[in-house]
Design a protein around this ligand. Sequence first.
Ligand SMILES: [Zn+2]
Length: 237
Amino acid sequence: MIEKFEVLKRLQSLKNKINELEASQERMKQDVQKKKDQIENEKAVAEKKHEEKKSVQKEIDRKELDLKTNEGELTKYNVQLNSIKTNKEYSALVSEIGSKKADMSILEDEILNTMSRLETTNQEYEKATEHLRNEEESLKNLIKSVDAEIKEADEEIEKVKKEQEKYIDLLDEHSLKHYNRLSSIKGGKAIVPVIGNVCGGCFMNIRTQTLNALMSSKDLVFCQSCSRILYLDENND
Ligand SMILES: [Zn+2]
């Protein structure tokens, strides 16, 4: 027959194991969520680049249309030039043509600049999309491995729970009730060793009568300060 406190120690260690497994499952789920959030952000960045691309292209189209309109007017002016009667009209039109040509030259420069801006935006968009594709691929792999690890941990938890049942069956109702109550309120540390006359849970000194009870009694003995179940740690006497 294993001693009561040995059963309780075993139960506590099994419970800690379950907690650790569940915490690691939680961390893995968080990793997946983090990656998903990151991808959402990158998608938004790529989408913004796509919008920028469209708007730069529109700007080029608009300027090219302006240029065409100007070219049409210039042709018209050149035709008018042949039918002009006075010097005054002639020089006015020549000056008009000059300023039109200057406008067009500015417009042509602007078109070239905007085209090179389009090229840069295009490259940035391609890069963002390529990166996104890689990230989505790596998310897929991450989900696959996390799913496998979570499943493995689930199976392990089931095994530990079955083992817990075996130990629970060895306990009397009174001890189990105390253990369950304490392990839910004392952060999994329901049963603690007494080391050098000090409680391993709250580190307060243990009363002599409590120590005596621990040495002689087969019943559960509780710390008078933190109410945890105590046991004598033989290795630390
Ligand atoms: Zn204590």
